[in-house]
Write a protein that binds this ligand. Structure first.
Ligand SMILES: NC(=O)c1ccc[n+]([C@@H]2O[C@H](COP(=O)([O-])OP(=O)(O)OC[C@H]3O[C@@H](n4cnc5c(N)ncnc54)[C@H](O)[C@@H]3O)[C@@H](O)[C@H]2O)c1
Length: 250
């Protein structure tokens, strides 16, 4: 059952071919939106999701876009505006990890994570700002992480990028509020996806045990909060960071 009605809305979701992004795409399409999403490497998976969403009466269009590439992001957003005529919401979901303790972290691993997880978000926000400003309405939802707030050993690159998203969210919320563009950030805790599949079973159990709700989140539990932030039901919320973490970071 759809929780929100996004009929007629046009949403852009980065990194939508698996994990949390796929769930966001499927949720928004099921709720009536036309979704434009990106994949990075797996064209077959994007095709399979497109077909499955269509079978359920929804619409998603995928394009291969590297969010770390300024020109590619701009061209993608221009293409959406040209095809759909508007962009009601942008979800910055694409992200990578290159974990390691600082003594062993290469400059490349630092730069790659900052470029994809923070600079890529800047590129996408800048690209949608103009169409949203002329529409005088818009929503931007950034997928951060609780480690951007509390830090995490072995993730100075990732947590710095996610902390940067908090500043970006708040500054942009202030900048765009007068045009009725709302900008918020969701900070998930532990969600079982390919990204966290690198953890050992022992690490997963220890992690789950430390969460007050005693379990990881499903990707759908993140997607439903994204949908709320894109909906009319959140019309007075901007510049916020909402932890969706089972109580982990209280
Ligand atoms: N899984 C978790 O526990 C967790 C917790 C907190 C935050 N997050 C955040 O949620 C988001 C989604 O994570 P996930 O767990 O689904 O991870 P995932 O690795 O399953 O998916 C990440 C997606 O981003 C895409 N992507 C990566 N680099 C890209 C690039 N340069 N250009 C375009 N697309 C690119 C990938 O293709 C993939 O579709 C990320 O921003 C992540 O940091 C995840």
């Amino acid at each position: 059952m759809a929780a929100f009605d996004h009929t007629g809305k046009v949403f852009v979701v980065t990194g939508g071919s698996r994990g949390i992004g796929e769930s966001i795409v499927r949720t928004l399409a099921a709720e009536g939106a036309t979704v434009y999403s990106t994949y990075n490497a797996n064209a077959e998976r994007a095709q399979a999701i497109t077909a499955d969403v269509a079978e359920r009466g929804g619409t998603v269009h995928y394009q291969s876009v590297d969010v770390a590439n300024e020109d590619a992001v701009k061209a993608f957003v221009d293409h959406v505006v040209q095809q759909a005529g508007r962009i009601d919401g942008l979800v910055n979901n694409a992200g990578i990890t290159r974990d390691g303790l600082i003594m062993r972290m290469s400059s490349k691993d630092w730069n790659d994570v900052l470029q994809t997880n923070l600079t890529g978000v800047f590129y996408a926000c800048r690209a949608v700002a103009r169409p949203m400003m002329s529409q005088r309405t818009g929503r931007i939802v950034n997928i951060g992480s609780i480690v951007g707030l509390g830090g995490n050993a072995g993730q100075v690159n990732y947590s710095s990028a996610k902390a940067g998203l908090v500043g970006l969210t708040r500054s942009l919320a202030r900048e765009l509020a007068s045009r009725n563009i709302l900008v918020n950030c969701i900070a998930p805790g532990y969600v079982e996806t390919d990204m966290t599949d690198k953890l050992t079973e022992d690490q997963k159990k220890a992690f789950s045990d430390s969460i007050p709700l005693k379990r990881s989140a499903t990707a759908e539990e993140i997607a439903s909060v994204v949908s709320f932030f894109l909906s009319d039901r959140s019309s007075y919320i901007t510049g916020q960071v909402l932890n969706v973490d089972g109580g982990l970071a209280m």
